[in-house]
Design a protein. Structure first.
Length: 301
């Protein structure tokens, strides 16, 4: 049984349709990313799955239960990292975690959680003294203290520096390895690329694409872009395949037959002793595809 099943989900606020009949499933043990611009319907969808918001239509099953009918036992199996949690400012970090651990039948150890989120040195600091990034780590700690089967992460690394973000990624990877199912939202496409097994892009309340980070939006079949610079004494007309030149002197070849083109280009370079300076081969990034998908949806609307 999938961890989450959503069919025809709708949410309206009067005449405003925030979510317009979306369908998706989340398999047990996978990391699932829900992507989209602000106001797309991501947070509304999450709040319905979490049981905090009623829906206007459709069917939802989370861990085999309709969140609208969720009881305490169900909530003990779910962890949530909100965009901005409220913690009593004068409690110490350890005190906050010890208190919340008491809400669950089989919580993680407080020391283990402190280590996982990188707050060991702040264990006895009051919550009000934490920096923005440290507060976000505490939010994550509160989400995982109950050892949930399903974890919701709503923009979990906002405010993190690059090192802290990498640490958060390692934590998500570890939780997945332990068998947890994770649903996350993020505005960082490299984060979705690294963490997610599958992604859904939602815009204006509708799903506009779904798939793996490698295949969504036809990414795996898109033309690759080959870039390089030529030494100034090399005539570009001698190249076996014509390319375009940008304003920085970089030659660009776009092709869906990269093996043949690269073979022809590198064979010519080796035969003629030409250095292909800074040679790179790239497919459209997940961010490129995301921007194209959301822009196209806005134009169509």
């Amino acid at each position: 049984m999938p961890a989450v099943e959503v069919s025809g989900l709708k949410k309206a606020y009067g005449p405003l349709e925030a979510v317009r009949g979306i369908d998706f499933t989340v398999e047990q043990g996978e990391v699932f990313a829900l992507l989209g611009p602000n106001g797309a319907g991501k947070t509304t969808t999450l709040e319905i799955l979490e049981g905090f918001l009623s829906r206007s239509g459709g069917r939802v099953s989370v861990l085999g239960v309709d969140p609208a009918d969720a009881n305490r036992r169900w909530r003990e199996r779910v962890g949530i990292v909100f965009q901005g949690a409220v913690v009593e400012p004068y409690l110490k970090v350890r005190e906050v975690l010890e208190r919340n651990a008491g809400y669950y039948p089989k919580p993680r150890g407080v020391d283990e959680v402190l280590e996982l989120v990188g707050l060991v040195e702040k264990a006895d600091a009051r919550a009000k003294t934490l920096s923005g990034g440290q507060q976000r780590r505490l939010d994550v700690a509160l989400g995982i203290i109950g050892a949930p089967d399903l974890l919701f992460l709503d923009e979990p690394t906002t405010g993190f520096d690059p090192t802290a973000r990498r640490g958060a990624w390692e934590l998500v990877d570890r939780l997945r390895d332990e068998g947890a199912t994770i649903i996350l939202t993020t505005h960082y496409m490299d984060e979705a690329q690294h963490l997610a097994d599958r992604v859904v892009v939602i815009n204006q309340g509708e799903i506009v694409a779904s798939g793996t980070p490698e295949t969504i939006g036809g990414r795996s079949e898109a033309a690759v872009r080959i870039r390089f610079a030529l030494p100034p004494d090399v005539d570009p007309d001698s190249m076996p395949i014509a390319g375009t030149r940008d304003g920085h002197g970089i030659y660009i070849l776009e092709t869906t037959d990269e093996v043949r083109v690269l073979h022809a280009l590198t064979s010519w370079a080796l035969e003629c002793g030409v250095d292909l300076v800074g040679l790179t081969v790239d497919r459209p990034s997940l961010e490129d595809v995301y921007i194209e998908l959301t822009s196209a949806a806005e134009v169509a609307e």
